[in-house]
Write a protein that binds this ligand. Structure first.
Ligand SMILES: [Zn+2]
Length: 327
């Protein structure tokens, strides 16, 4: 009898644990099912403030390669729309020569695209438009905005904007007064301060394979072979640290850039990154702090995946996770 009671107790115990397990599994399925919901959109692990130090690369050049699936094509297409790309950058000069290299982008004179980069220490933002309707035209037209400041080895926030609004600009040496009347046009902000503008001939960017943010690179251009712009190729190493990379399919105003540049984006408040209202299409905090992959915090569900990848050939680069961060 006593033994039977023990067995019954064990059965009851087992049933109780089993019920809890079933509830947990059910909760997991509901939480992590195929439906895209806000809580599923965070794929990375947050170990605190980290950034990516590209000078830690042990190959010829290292990059964070952005891969997204077709589910979010509607978001990451860049044709005929404004754009904003942002990143925190700290140069780590390897010599007395000025630094040149790509911060982020996917660009080619053949396919078009957009890119944020450093040329001789000066931050620049470029778009390329390729007219596919005319077979005689085989290369696109580049338009570039240059800031009027040179970077040093201190953390600096850089934002390139393809604006589609008419607005006035603060006067700078690198910005013609009438450019603000054009739609679209290019603007540049460094540490939240307007530093330059440029015409695009009323053209938006075209994007390789229709999407910019698919196969976009951070630390180099994306995987567009043959890209050589201002001496930068898809293999040119970036001598610096990069953090808080944000890609938007909308124009961010100077006020919006300033409000959110020194903090992480969230799901509410002034720096709401909720899709699709915010227009955020890619967001890398680089807060994993270890391993070979980094997640997309933009909120696009399973659509975004980022790989730390040298030369697109192997995963031998244990990423240069850096605790040196802008905030
Ligand atoms: Zn402007």
């Amino acid at each position: 009898m006593k033994k039977l009671l023990q067995i019954d107790a064990k059965k009851t115990h087992f049933f109780f644990i089993g019920s809890i397990l079933i509830l947990c599994v059910g909760f997991f399925i509901i939480s992590c099912g195929s439906e895209i919901s806000p809580q599923l959109k965070i794929q990375d692990k947050d170990r605190g403030p980290y950034a990516i130090d590209f000078t830690d690369c042990r190959g010829t050049s290292c990059q964070v390669l952005v891969l997204m699936n077709d589910e979010i094509a509607a978001y990451n297409r860049i044709d005929d729309r404004p754009l904003t790309v942002e990143a925190w950058v700290k140069l780590k000069p390897t010599s007395t020569s000025p630094e040149t290299g790509a911060i982020m982008g996917r660009i080619s004179t053949i396919t078009g695209g957009a890119a944020l980069y450093i040329k001789d220490d000066v931050p620049k933002f470029r778009i390329i438009n390729r007219d596919w309707s005319d077979p005689a035209i085989t290369t696109g037209t580049p338009y570039t905005v240059s800031s009027n400041v040179s970077l040093t080895d201190v953390w600096t926030h850089i934002a390139g904007v393809l604006s589609n609004t008419v607005h006035s600009h603060p006067s700078t040496t690198s910005c013609a007064l009438n450019v603000g009347n054009q739609t679209p046009h290019l603007d540049m902000h460094v540490d939240g301060v307007f530093t330059g503008c440029a015409t695009t001939g009323s053209q938006f960017a075209t994007s390789p394979d229709s999407e910019l943010f698919t196969s976009m690179g951070v630390g180099v251009w994306g995987d567009v072979s043959g890209a050589d712009i201002e001496g930068i190729t898809s293999k040119t190493p970036f001598n610096g640290i990069v953090d808080e990379v944000r890609m938007w399919g909308v124009e961010r105003t100077s006020t919006e850039i300033n409000a959110c540049m020194k903090r992480e984006l969230s799901s509410d408040g002034d720096c709401d990154s909720t899709i699709p209202a915010s227009g955020l299409v890619g967001y890398m905090r680089f807060n994993e702090g270890q391993g070979l992959s980094t997640g997309d915090r933009a909120g696009l569900g399973s659509g975004g995946k980022f790989f730390l990848n040298p030369d697109c050939s192997s995963h031998e680069w244990e990423a240069g996770w850096s605790t040196d961060t802008p905030f």
